[in-house]
Design a protein around this ligand. Structure first.
Ligand code: PRP
Ligand code: URA
Length: 210
């Protein structure tokens, strides 16, 4: 199956990503922007959620209308930086369950290391939205999706705000069956595997640990 990659075109998303990149954007502004972009991207990414018809009674009459079908969605941030995107998705789907995948990149090898993972129950029956603002080498994204699949996850969407071409192709190669949503595709990685032009270290900028 071909992995589908959707690049965001909405002017509001483009504008907010530009402000996010600026070196002078403060921690508070950065956090707020990450959340707003996640909400706007989530709106696009969830446009194909299945619905079912239910009966409701309005003050006027009984009617049959659509609601979201199936088990509650699972939002799964890749720690730490993915945490910044969770509330944006929860603003759209307040009843979603939240899993966590703790990974950090080794500063020398750039390989991901797992330190904490927990997923909601019945993960095999849920639409899963993995969130991580940065898709650089793709190592963390591949490891996160590996973990979710090993625990039964099937319907997986991955949202990243800024991606490098290297990360997109690694993720496509390893997991051709998932859907990827990218806010902006950047030029390349530098020698330290940071995205260029990028925005620097997303986790540090969200949590003020620079
Ligand atoms: C960042 C980012 C991704 C990862 C991307 O996390 O949030 O998870 O790097 O890089 P990759 O595509 O090369 O794997 P980092 O490991 O810096 O951890 P942090 O979020 O805790 O700062
Ligand atoms: N992780 C980040 O936070 N930024 C990058 O540019 C690459 C990985």
């Amino acid at each position: 199956m071909e992995m589908s990659v959707l690049y965001m075109t909405h002017p509001l998303i483009k504008h907010k990503i530009t402000i996010l990149r600026k070196e002078t954007t403060t921690t508070g502004e950065f956090r707020k922007l990450i959340e707003e972009i996640a909400m706007l991207m989530g709106y696009e990414a969830l446009s194909d959620l299945p619905t079912e018809e239910i009966s409701v009674k309005t003050p006027i009459e009984e009617t049959v209308q659509p609601v979201i079908a199936g088990k509650k969605l699972a939002v799964v941030p890749v720690l730490r930086a993915g945490l910044g995107m969770v509330n944006g998705i929860l603003a759209l789907v307040p009843t979603a369950k939240v899993g966590h995948i703790g990974l950090y990149r080794d500063p020398v090898t750039h390989e991901p290391h797992e330190y904490y993972c927990k997923l909601p129950e019945k993960i095999d029956q849920r639409q899963i939205v993995v969130v991580d603002p940065m898709l650089a080498t793709g190592g963390s994204a591949v490891a996160a999706v590996d973990y979710i699949k090993q625990h039964g996850g099937k319907r997986i969407k991955f949202m990243s705000i800024i991606a490098a071409p290297e990360g997109v192709s690694e993720l496509m190669k390893a997991h051709p069956d998932i859907q990827l949503y990218v806010g902006c595709l950047d030029r390349c990685l530098n020698k330290d595997a940071y995205i260029c032009p990028g925005l620097g270290d997303a986790g540090d900028r969200i949590f003020g640990t620079l």
